[in-house]
Design a protein. Structure first.
Length: 325
């Protein structure tokens, strides 16, 4: 069953274009020039219950604006959306108790209070019974390894510890839908890995539907089977992560190595494809997908190969090419 249904969702912002200098400021008092920007342009997609979907795009593509509309923080200019059967921007109490929005660059915990007190405040807001609240906090702090940080002032926590506490605050009421906007931004590799493992485990256990934006492709590769790519407010791709390679990466990386000092006739490796690396006993070539088998056969015939490796192009490179287009 589709928990999130979005159809022709559009959000336009009107921005004031001020002319330079004092004269422009005075002129602006009487006659203002505005410019309209389409942050989200007729976006449409559905997300099934329990899915963990990656929402990708360059800066300014419309990712956060879309999440804010689905969370009810912004009203769309046009289009429709239903999450859990509710229209988000109507802000009905029944909806607000079933979703959570976590913005990686925004704080919801009180800066000058211990994390425990902020969590207790959130628990009271959601009307959680004390036993349920305590059990949930114990479970989540254990999974994220921050139980010993509950009585530390939020401002004294490291960035990674603070983000884990923010995640716990978002999940206290056990939402059915979770919107995550850059949850690992700025974290070190250890904290990123901990958060990723927690999200994967939580999604498997609770069947929570998660829409995740991230600029770290490792987050997407390890968590999401499906990705939606948005650029300039429009959806440019919606499908399995593996389909991106099939559609946009028309070559593979072939690496061969041989014994140092081995003698064999000179070979023009450039004719097989784009030469990425050429050292004394190793080469790496970008080869068209439909020519990989033929190229490997010819290389095995011409070179005393010690080892051969065929790899897909790194997904980060493919996504970068898509954005560049």
């Amino acid at each position: 069953m589709a928990l999130i249904e979005v159809q022709a969702l559009t959000k336009a912002f009107r921005t004031y274009k001020k002319e330079p200098g004092l004269r422009g400021a005075v002129r602006g008092l009487f006659h203002r020039r505005y410019e309209q920007t389409l942050a989200v342009d007729h976006v449409g997609f559905t997300v099934e219950e329990g899915e963990l979907v990656g929402f990708l795009g360059p800066n300014g593509a419309g990712k956060t604006t879309t999440l804010k509309m689905l969370a009810g923080l912004l009203h769309p200019t046009s289009g429709t959306a239903r999450v859990l059967g509710f229209v988000p921007w109507e802000r009905q109490d029944g909806y607000r108790r079933q979703f959570a929005l976590l913005l990686g660059q925004k704080n919801q915990l009180w800066w000058d209070l211990p994390a425990r007190e902020s969590l207790e405040l959130n628990g009271m807001i959601y009307g959680l019974p004390r036993a349920v609240f305590q059990r949930t906090v114990d479970e989540l702090t254990g999974l994220l390894a921050v139980r010993d940080k509950l009585d530390v002032m939020v401002r004294e926590l490291s960035l990674g510890e603070r983000m884990k506490m923010e995640l716990i605050a978002a999940l206290l009421h056990q939402p059915r839908v979770l919107f995550l906007d850059e949850p690992t931004i700025g974290l070190d590799v250890v904290s990123q890995k901990t958060v990723r493992e927690f999200l994967r485990l939580y999604n498997e256990r609770q069947k929570t539907t998660i829409l995740l934006t991230s600029h770290y492709m490792t987050d997407i590769q390890e968590l999401c089977h499906r990705v939606i790519i948005i650029d300039k407010g429009k959806i440019s791709f919606d499908g399995r992560l593996g389909e991106i390679l099939d559609r946009f990466a028309d070559f593979k990386i072939v690496t061969i190595s041989w014994q140092t000092g081995a003698n064999f006739p000179a070979v023009d490796f450039n004719r097989f494809g784009e030469l990425v690396e050429n050292s004394a006993n190793r080469i790496q070539i970008k080869v068209k997908r439909d020519q990989v088998i033929a190229v490997c056969k010819e290389l095995l015939d011409k070179v005393p190969v010690n080892d051969i490796d065929i790899q897909e192009v790194p997904i980060e490179d493919v996504i970068r090419q898509i954005f560049a287009r």
